[in-house]
Ligand binder design. Structure first.
Ligand code: NDP
Ligand code: GDR
Length: 347
């Protein structure tokens, strides 16, 4: 049997690293798009890296950027992947208010550039679009595939554009293109400025005496938090289906940001009220109040169900932080190297 080849944009991100791991375990050859950076951005992939001089190398990284159409064309025409997973994006909602044009360019137009590269080359490939529950925005829960979109940020608006671009290429050109509408999914590899990772890090650091206070914005927002490795498996399942369709992945459960704080601090035996302070700089100009997904279509059509729910997720994430602070004997998945550039406003 010939080996399948996948191309992943956003391979250095949380989901990209878990997806690369999954596809390599399934025997795929995996190619990833890597943005050039003045420092290494491959911390989440280091454990998968094999010296290119070894035999049976199956993970390849290629410099490129979602703003660079011609590079996408040359890369895809050379790799000719069986499956394309488009995960690359400026994915931070708060940052999208600071950088709306850049977010539109990478998260929105980046999608069209990739789809158009596939079409121009005449590539017969299956395409996964990383769509988001942020597209539902102000539409009240529960949200499913039929729920109207009402984005509340430049990021959400860019994702709506990407969603319709993928659907349009499916309808106009018969491309096998699917939208995975994923609700929040987290892990020890989550970026440090997303709220769950920020809380888990702080709980661990405060418990070990490295820090004293955690500053947060809106504690009342409701989110449906699942576990990222389970969600990337759902992405793969979507591309194995007989026909291309769109699916929600979610746990169907609801917790507030405040609940996540309490669960995390309880786990290290601290009273969160002693350590959490409000900082209005972390508020968004318009907020998404409540996201709670209905993933019954994915369950019925793909056999996908979530197994990890928010309370366990909080414990897993706090434990990973404790382990990474306590030394090299830790059994956690590798964490990204922390930079010195923790944004003041974006966290
Ligand atoms: P991350 O922010 O962890 O990763 C984003 C990835 O995109 C990184 O690899 C980043 O590279 C890359 N990237 C950003 N800009 C560019 C660019 N101009 N050119 C090439 N690559 C670029 O996101 P997640 O892994 O959490 O999410 C994956 C995708 O799923 C994203 O599209 C996100 O919007 C979407 N999504 C995520 C959800 C979640 O809860 N995690 C829920 C729903 C949708 P670098 O490492 O160099 O920054
Ligand atoms: P979200 O994730 O905006 O849902 O987007 P994030 O973790 O950033 O925020 C979740 C909620 O927490 C509130 N909040 C804070 N958020 C951050 N980041 N920092 C804080 O200090 C803070 N205090 C309170 C936010 O207001 C918000 O309500 C994520 C991203 O992964 C998107 O790419 C993805 O599409 C969606 O999830 C689904």
């Amino acid at each position: 049997m010939t080996r399948k080849t996948a191309f992943i944009t956003g391979i250095t991100g949380q989901d990209g690293s878990y997806l690369a791991e999954l596809l390599l375990a399934k025997g795929y050859e995996v190619h990833g798009l890597l943005r050039r950076s003045s420092s290494f951005s491959t911390g989440r992939l280091d454990h998968l890296y094999v010296d290119p001089h070894e035999e049976d190398v199956r993970l390849f990284l290629h410099y490129g950027d979602l703003t660079d159409s011609s590079r996408l064309v040359t890369l895809l025409s050379r790799i000719r992947p069986d499956e394309v997973y488009h995960l690359g994006a400026q994915s931070h909602v708060r940052v999208s208010f600071d950088e709306p044009e850049f977010t539109g360019d990478t998260t929105g137009l980046g999608t069209i550039r990739l789809l158009e590269a596939i079409r121009m080359i005449g590539l017969d490939t299956r395409y996964y679009q990383a769509s988001s529950s942020e597209m539902f925005g102000a539409t009240p829960p529960p949200q499913n595939e039929a729920t109207p979109f009402h984005p509340r940020s430049p990021y959400g608006a860019a994702k709506v554009y990407g969603y319709w671009a993928a659907r349009n290429y499916r309808e106009a050109y018969g491309m096998y293109a699917v939208n995975g509408i994923l609700f929040n999914h987290e892990s020890p590899r989550r970026g440090e400025t997303f709220v769950t990772r920020k809380i888990a890090r702080a709980a661990a650091r405060i418990a070990l005496g490295h820090e004293r206070l955690l500053h947060l914005g809106n504690l009342d927002a409701v989110r449906d938090w699942g576990f990222a490795p389970e969600y990337v498996e759902g992405m793969w399942r979507m591309l194995q289906a007989d026909t291309a369709d769109d699916y929600v992945l979610a746990t169907g459960t609801a917790y507030t940001v405040g609940d996540f704080v309490r669960l995390s601090f309880d786990h290290v035996g601290l009273a969160w009220t002693d350590h959490v302070r409000f900082d209005e700089r972390y508020l968004r100009p318009s907020e998404v109040d409540a996201l709670i997904g209905d993933a019954s279509k994915a369950r019925d059509a793909l056999g996908w169900t979530p197994r990890t729910f928010t309370p366990e997720l909080a414990r897993v994430m706090v434990d990973a932080e404790l382990a990474s602070l306590q030394g090299p004997t830790a059994t956690v998945t590798p964490l990204p190297v922390l930079g010195f550039d923790r944004p003041v406003l974006a966290g």
